[in-house]
Design a protein around this ligand. Structure first.
Ligand code: C2O
Ligand code: CU
Length: 451
């Protein structure tokens, strides 16, 4: 049973429509094996030497159910140490996958079993947290879908995993960093992909309503997603996995590294019409996905409705303020990003450059206490700020065009933006960092110690 399930998932074309996967039977063993190893991906006619989980890009879609335990065995067949972080999941600190902070590195040839019970339903993902620039940058990642207790029905459930690759004309992965780029917005790829392909296409019945889950797993690019087409409609249903109370029109939606959005997509009423999801983050717009309307069929979801509401603890009245500023660092010395590897110091949190070894916390917090993080971007570059093990209630921004109040595990701070984001502290040592990995690796990181 376990093997069948795993092989079935691993064998599905990476990122294929989830509609093709039947929901898990209630009693299925939610047990998976992830093998991290060198792999070749068809990103280029010559193939691309990369790194992958179970040989695929994206890695296998892991499916769990809200409130039910999962167990994932990581097997390291890389030639360097690794770990896996379950991005956005509120879990016990020891399962969070951060070397030096929550666990030891898993050495080449080693294994580690992660066990946790996801409390929140939604679209999450996983990736290594060791030498992230190389390991995540070269393709080690996958989606983790946590099904709602009562799964909302859609006519289709589609996953789109976005990543930009740095490829040369032979299809080889080029250099993923330079000091110059790391000190600015980062090293951008030249080959945007969706589920590892140049674009995605779905044929859906006219008038159908689809749930489209978009996950940005790139290490640098902030994607700007919008819907082109005259007669369809798209609304934001969930941010970083968690349902929004009042879905809002998609508009142009910014998604930085690590961020996800679930969209309610209403297909045009007439067969033959199409909708396009487009990324306008670069001078040349990129068609992420084309949705073609086939002859109509009765829809299981004729109305737009919010998803079941997230059960994130609300901030208490006595919430304490926690200032967190993100700025340029001092440029002296170097930090360790993995055993034997160092990178320059360019960025800081609260004027402190991360030492990469997480020896001193940014702040000591009390478990169960509510905090309002006062996130301040003091730089002219965007920073998607991720706090492990918690979900922020994003209350407000100083910029007028910010999204309404919503939940997030990764808050995109635009240049000079200030955001107030509440959370209830959970016990443990929780990493906080920019998810532009060159920024994280060169100092924009730290941790909160909650006891
Ligand atoms: Cu998705 Cu610490 O990261
Ligand atoms: Cu950053």
């Amino acid at each position: 049973m376990r093997l069948d399930r795993r092989h079935f998932i691993g064998g599905v074309a990476a990122g294929a429509a989830l509609a093709a996967l039947p929901p898990l039977p209630r009693a299925a063993a939610r047990s998976y094996e992830l093998v991290a190893a060198p792999a070749r991906f068809p990103l280029h006619p010559r193939g691309t030497a990369a790194l992958g989980f179970n040989g695929t890009f994206p890695g296998p879609v892991l499916r769990a159910r809200q409130g039910e335990p999962v167990e994932i065995t990581l097997i390291n067949r890389l030639d360097e140490p690794t770990t896996v972080h379950w991005h956005g999941i509120r879990l016990p600190n020891a399962m969070d996958g951060v070397p030096y902070l929550t666990q030891d590195h898993v050495p080449p040839g080693g294994k580690f079993v992660y066990r946790f019970t996801p409390p929140d339903a939604g679209t999450f993902w996983y990736h290594p947290h060791a030498d992230s620039l190389e390991q995540l940058g070269r393709g080690l990642m996958g989606a983790l879908i946590v099904e709602e207790r009562e799964a909302p029905r859609f006519d289709a459930d589609i996953l789109l995993v976005l990543k930009d690759w740095v490829l040369d004309d032979q299809g080889r992965i080029g250099s993923l960093t330079s000091v110059r780029a790391a000190g600015r917005a980062g090293t951008f790829g030249n080959h945007r992909t969706v589920n590892g392909r140049p674009t995605w296409r779905e044929v859906l019945p006219a008038g159908a309503r689809a749930r489209v889950r978009i996950a940005v797993t790139d290490v640098t690019r902030v994607f700007q997603i919008r819907l082109d087409g005259t007669s369809g409609m798209a609304h934001v249903l969930a941010t970083d996995g968690n349902a929004v109370a009042n879905p809002w029109p998609l508009g142009t939606h910014a998604l930085g590294p690590g961020m996800r959005v679930d969209i309610d997509l209403l297909m045009p009423r007439r067969a033959g019409e199409e909708l396009k999801l487009v990324d306008v983050s670069a001078a040349e717009p990129w068609t992420v996905a084309t949705f073609v309307a086939a002859p109509p069929a009765p829809s299981v979801r004729p109305e737009m409705r919010p998803l079941p509401q997230a059960d994130i603890p609300p901030p208490a009245r006595n919430a304490m303020s926690l200032p967190l500023s993100f700025s340029a660092g001092h440029g002296e010395g170097a930090v360790v990003c993995s055993p034997g590897k160092t990178v320059p110091l360019l960025w800081a949190v609260n004027n402190r450059v991360s030492d990469g070894l997480n020896t001193e916390p940014l702040a000591r917090l009390r478990a169960g206490q509510s905090y309002v993080a006062e996130l301040a971007n003091l730089t002219p570059h965007p920073h998607p700020i991720h706090l492990h093990g918690h979900t922020f209630d994003v209350l407000q921004s100083n910029l007028a065009d910010a999204p309404p109040r919503h939940f997030a595990d990764t808050v995109l701070l635009r240049p000079d933006e200030r955001v107030r984001a509440a959370f209830v502290a959970a016990p443990g040592r929780w990493l906080l960092h920019c998810h532009i990995i060159e920024h994280q690796a060169s100092g924009m990181a730290g941790f909160l110690e909650v006891a």
